[in-house]
Design a protein around this ligand. Structure first.
Ligand code: CTP
Length: 402
């Protein structure tokens, strides 16, 4: 039985047939000990009566942004809540939230909310799949809002596929897990390497790779939200962490990354090596821009330090190291070999054979291998959700090591 005692929840209901489930959701929140304030759009009211929700929540339901009482309240409510949950969220309300259009009580409260925001979309298969919808979902996630994934099944249109709102029990469980995790890594120091490295050829050119840094940054944000003290050693990336408590150390080359990582590793309880480190660098870096003189140009490359292997050798009792492996063939064998050779405790395998996984995507599909040969396969999901799965595995290992 879920326990949300004392939590204040703003529940936004928009105009979808799934709105009937929101009555069950409100009831479950209340049974779990939460206080619920319901907000509805005009379209939401077409599907379920505010009176039903007011009776269940024992509070007045706001449906209108321009009435005198709601006008001031949307800011107050946004500040009052410990969490805002919009369930169901239609494609059009999603688009309003993604663009910051505050023309109804829910989107106005959303813009004022300082608490974590959870959204449970509900729409038809093709609407859900449309790139506009997917881009809006991504945008909300980039704002740090939490997607409660849609379910598969029969839809109101009669079509079968993805787009159903998550069941009320799942939504309650999602929030419960969120709050349970909140401080689960408090007191832990975590070092994360992320992004590519750039190996200078001359003052303007470099050898690099296509890593965006997204996976490592998602890990840093997720660990910070769980209360860890995070040092993020980040190669050149256009992205940066959202959580202000993450201490970022920007670096360029593999050698810089090694120095910064070694420094933070001394006190780290947990180290996660998500960087795509260049394996080789030019033997020499020209001090001036190389001129175009001949028809060919030879560059001699030398091996870069292996940061993971170096830290693996320096690892002391009580320290955990999680590595990544990006493989295109013999994936399991190669990952297992890296786990052993680099003295990792866990290795996260990304297979480039999986559609939607890898550098260019916002999603990833991983397998986690442990020293004990335990294998866990995960579905394709947004990198933020993958980060939570990885941290769950790390926490499980911390508990089993105690
Ligand atoms: N790694 C590292 N320093 C390097 C190379 C890799 O810290 N110079 C880390 C990565 O961050 C990752 C793990 O080691 O956690 C495995 O990286 P990967 O590129 O898959 O393996 P390599 O050791 O480079 O082996 P190969 O390129 O032969 O697959």
């Amino acid at each position: 039985m879920a326990n949300l005692t004392g939590k204040k929840i703003l529940l936004g209901i928009t105009g979808s047939i799934a709105a009937y489930k929101s009555a069950f959701l409100a009831r479950l929140f209340i049974k779990a000990g939460a206080e619920v304030q319901v907000l509805m759009t005009k379209a939401g009211v077409e599907f379920i009566s505010p009176l039903t929700l007011a009776t269940l929540s024992k509070r007045h339901v706001y449906t209108d942004i321009s009435s005198e009482e709601s006008w001031n309240n949307h800011v107050e409510l946004g500040l009052w809540a410990d969490a805002m949950v919009i369930a169901p969220l239609t494609a059009s309300s999603l688009a309003r939230m993604a663009c910051g259009i505050s023309d109804n009580i829910i989107t106005a409260a959303y813009l004022s909310a300082r608490c974590p925001v959870f959204f449970a979309p509900a729409m038809d298969l093709d609407m859900w799949r449309h790139p506009a919808t997917q881009a809006n979902v991504q945008r909300l996630q980039d704002f740090g809002n939490h997607l409660i994934p849609v379910g598969r099944g029969e839809l109101a249109s009669g079509l079968v596929g993805e787009g159903r709102m998550a069941e009320p029990e799942e939504i309650v469980a999602y929030l419960q897990r969120f709050w349970d995790k909140v401080q689960s890594l408090a007191g832990k120091k975590i070092l994360i390497t992320a992004g590519p490295t750039y190996e200078a050829i001359d003052p303007v050119r470099f050898i690099g790779n296509r890593s965006s840094g997204k996976m490592g940054i998602a890990l840093a944000d997720a660990a910070a939200r769980r209360g860890a003290q995070v040092t993020l050693v980040l190669g050149p990336s256009s992205l940066s962490p959202r959580e202000s408590s993450v201490q970022s150390v920007p670096v360029q080359s593999a050698e810089d990354m090694l120095a910064a990582a070694r420094n933070a590793f001394k006190d780290a309880d947990i180290t996660i090596l998500a960087a795509a480190v260049a394996d080789y660098r030019p033997r020499e870096t020209a001090s001036h821009k190389i001129k175009k003189t001949g028809d060919t140009l030879k560059l001699e490359l030398v091996k870069n330090p292996d940061i993971a292997a170096t830290l693996g050798q320096e690892k002391k009792k009580g320290q955990l190291i999680v590595g990544f492996a990006l493989e295109t063939e013999n994936e399991m064998d190669n990952a297992r070999e890296k786990l052993q050779k680099k003295n990792f405790d866990l290795i996260v395998l990304n297979s480039l054979q999986d559609k939607g996984a890898g550098f260019h995507y916002d999603t990833n599909k991983i397998t986690i291998l442990g020293k004990d040969n335990k294998i866990r396969n995960f579905e394709l999901k947004p990198k933020q959700a993958v980060a939570e799965d990885i941290l769950d595995e790390v926490e499980a290992l911390l508990i089993s090591d105690v």
